[in-house]
Design a protein around this ligand. Structure first.
Ligand code: GLN
Length: 540
C-alpha cells in the first residue's frame, strides 16, 4: 500500500511522434522504482480502437500481451522491461474502450436523462480509469500517446489538465518530451520547435514541470539555458536526451543528469538512495562488443521494421549479451522463399540459426514451413514462437512424408490439419479479443530440451493464438522426429515441441519474448543463443 497519497507523473510529447516518449516514461518509472517506491504505469492511446489486437503490426508495431491477456501497444513492453514489472489491462487505455463504456452507460440509462458530452462525461470516464490504475501505488505514471496538438488526443489532455483539481497539484508532475533538431548547414541546434511545443501545451492549460529534450546528437549545455529562458522551466528541470547507443542507458542519463532527483523532490517523495548497480551492468553488457559473434535469421513476412517484432529482438539481444555474444540479426523474407525468389539453402546457409516469430494470416506461411523443414533436416538451430511452432509441426509432418499436412489457418478444407482451430474459435477469425490470451501454465516433460533450458518442470507463459496442435496427430509426432515436451497440466494442449535428434529445435505455442527482461533473458532465448555458439565451435 502507498504510504501517502499517490503521486502522478504525466508524460506528454511535442514536435513530432516517435521521439521515444514511451522509453522516457519507462525510464522515469525505473528511477522511481530504484528508490524503493511502488510504481504503476499506464499508456493512454488516442486511437478509436478498443485495444491493439486488430492493429496491423507493420504500421503500429507489435501487439504486446500482458499476463491477464490485454492486447496492447508495444510501449507496454518497454514499461515491463525497464521496470521489471508485470502489467495488466489497467495499464492500457485506448479511446475506443473509454467511448464504448460511455455509450454503454448511456444506453443503460446511467446518465439519468443528461446530455452526454465529451466534457464532462468522457473526461470523467478517462479520469476514473487513471485513478483506478493508480490505486495503492506510491507513484502512477501516465503517458499520453500521440503529439500535443493532435485533434484526437485532446480528451486525454483535458482529463490530465483537470486531474490536479481532483488529486492536488502538489501530487502531480507534468513532463513534456520535445525534439531539438540539428541543422547541418548552419551547424546549430534549433530550439524553436521545442519552444512552440511547450507553448502549445500551455495553451491547453498544462504547464510542464520537466522538459526532456531529445536530439540525434548530444546538444551543448547552452541549449538547456535557451530552452529554460524561453519556456520558463528552470534549467535543473530540463534534461538533454541524445540518441543513446543502448535504450537502456536512458534511466542512467536521467539519474546522472540529476533530473530523476528533481522529479522525486518535486513530488516530495520519501527517497532512499537509488539502487542502479545492476542496471549499470546491463548497460555495460549491452554496449560491449564481444569477440564471440553469431548471426540469427528472423524468417518473417514483415521486413525491416524492428517495431513489428520488438519483444523478439529485445529478447534475442538480452540473451546474447548475457551469453557474451555479439549478435547480428538478419531479416529473411519468408515470402521470397515461398515464391522461390530465393532458395532456402542459399539464404539459410549463411546464418547460425533461425527464429520464426508469431504471425497471422496466410501470406508467407509456406516460406516459413520451408525454412523449418530446412532447419529440421540440416540441424540448424531453430526457435519457433507461436506461429513458429505451428509451422514447425507442419514441417516435421511433411518431412516425414505427410505432404498435405498444413494449418487450418492456411487451408480450412485440408485433409490433414495438423494445426487446427481451437475449440470454440470457429467463425471468430477476424474478431477482436477472442483468442486464447494471456497466462496459462505449462508442464515440461522430464529429460527434454525444454526441461534442460528452463532448469525446471513447469512454467507460466503468455499466449495469443487461435489455432493449436491437433490432438488427432499427436501419436505421430515420434515418427515425425518431434515430441511435445511441454503441455497444459491436463495434457490436453501442446505448449512446446522439440525435434528429437537435433542440436536445438525448440518451439512454443506461447510467446516467451513477452516475459524476457534485459536483466533476466528468457531461458528459451538463452538456450537458443547458447546453441548458436556451440554450433560455431563445432560443439554439438
Ligand atoms: N495465427 C496463429 C494462430 O492464430 C499464430 C498466432 C501467433 O503467432 N501469435 O494461432
Amino acid at each position: 500500500m502507498a504510504k501517502g497519497p499517490t503521486k502522478y507523473v504525466f508524460v506528454t510529447g511535442g514536435v513530432l511522434s516517435g521521439l521515444g516518449k514511451g522509453i522516457t516514461a519507462a525510464s522515469i518509472g525505473h528511477t522511481l522504482k530504484a528508490r524503493g517506491l511502488s510504481v504503476n504505469i499506464q499508456k493512454c492511446d488516442p486511437y478509436l480502437n478498443t485495444d491493439a489486437g486488430l492493429l496491423n503490426p507493420a504500421e503500429h508495431g507489435e501487439c504486446f500481451v500482458t499476463m491477464d491477456g490485454a492486447e496492447t501497444d508495444l510501449d507496454l513492453g518497454h514499461y515491463e522491461r525497464f521496470m521489471d514489472q508485470e502489467l495488466t489491462q489497467a495499464s492500457s487505455l485506448m479511446s475506443g474502450r473509454v467511448l464504448r463504456k460511455v455509450i454503454e452507460d448511456e444506453r443503460a440509462g446511467k446518465y439519468l436523462g443528461k446530455t452526454v458530452q465529451i466534457i464532462p462525461h468522457v473526461i470523467q470516464a478517462i479520469q476514473k480509469e487513471i485513478i483506478a490504475a493508480a490505486e495503492g501505488y506510491d507513484v502512477h505514471i501516465v503517458e499520453i500517446g500521440g503529439t500535443v496538438g493532435d485533434y484526437e488526443s485532446l480528451s486525454f489532455l483535458e482529463a490530465i489538465r483537470e486531474l490536479p483539481f481532483v488529486i492536488g497539484r502538489e501530487n502531480c508532475l507534468f513532463a513534456h518530451v520535445v525534439y531539438v533538431p540539428y541543422l547541418g548547414a548552419s551547424a546549430e541546434f534549433k530550439t524553436k520547435p521545442a519552444q512552440n511545443a511547450v507553448r502549445e501545451l500551455r495553451a491547453l492549460g498544462i504547464v510542464p514541470d520537466v522538459l526532456a529534450a531529445r536530439s540525434e546528437q548530444r546538444a551543448p549545455k547552452s541549449i538547456v539555458n535557451k530552452l529554460s529562458l524561453f519556456s520558463g522551466i528552470p534549467a535543473e528541470a530540463i534534461v538533454l536526451l541524445p540518441n543513446a547507443q543502448s535504450i537502456y542507458e536512458v534511466p542512467l542519463t536521467l539519474e546522472d543528469s540529476g533530473i530523476a532527483g528533481v522529479i522525486a523532490e518535486r513530488l516530495k517523495l520519501k527517497i532512499s538512495r537509488p539502487e542502479l548497480k545492476d542496471w549499470r551492468t546491463i548497460v555495460k553488457r549491452a554496449k560491449t562488443q564481444y569477440s564471440t559473434k553469431a548471426c540469427v535469421g528472423v524468417v518473417a513476412k514483415y521486413m525491416d521494421n524492428q517495431d513489428t517484432y520488438m519483444s523478439v529482438f529485445e529478447a534475442l539481444r538480452s540473451a546474447a549479451m548475457w551469453n557474451n555474444v555479439s549478435l547480428e540479426i538478419k531479416w529473411i523474407d519468408a515470402e521470397a522463399i515461398e515464391n522461390g525468389d530465393i532458395l532456402v539453402e542459399d539464404v539459410l546457409g549463411s546464418v547460425d540459426g533461425i527464429v520464426v516469430p508469431g504471425g497471422f494470416g496466410t501470406r508467407a506461411l509456406e516460406g516459413k514451413i520451408k525454412a523449418a523443414q530446412y532447419a529440421l533436416k540440416t540441424g540448424l538451430p531453430y526457435l519457433g514462437l507461436c506461429l513458429g511452432l505451428q509451422m514447425a509441426v507442419i514441417a516435421a509432418a511433411r518431412n516425414a512424408g505427410l505432404r498435405q499436412a498444413t494449418s487450418a489457418e492456411l487451408d480450412e478444407s485440408s485433409p490433414h490439419p495438423v494445426i487446427n482451430t481451437m475449440n470454440g474459435q470457429k467463425g471468430k477469425e477476424n474478431t477482436g479479443g477472442t483468442m486464447r490470451l494471456g497466462n496459462y501454465p505449462c508442464d515440461l516433460q522430464k529429460g527434454t530440451l525444454a526441461e534442460k533450458v528452463y532448469g525446471s518442470r513447469a512454467t507460466v507463459e503468455r499466449h495469443r493464438h487461435r489455432y493449436e496442435c491437433s490432438n488427432d496427430y499427436r501419436e505421430n509426432y515420434e515418427a515425425w522426429g518431434i515430441r511435445a515436451s511441454g503441455t497444459s497440466p491436463d495434457g490436453a494442449l501442446v505448449e512446446i515441441i522439440e525435434a528429437i535428434d537435433h542440436p536445438f529445435f525448440l518451439a512454443s505455442q506461447f510467446h516467451p519474448e513477452f516475459k524476457s527482461r534485459p536483466n533476466r533473458p528468457h531461458p528459451m532465448f538463452s538456450g537458443f543463443i547458447g546453441a548458436l555458439v556451440a554450433k560455431d565451435s563445432g560443439n554439438h
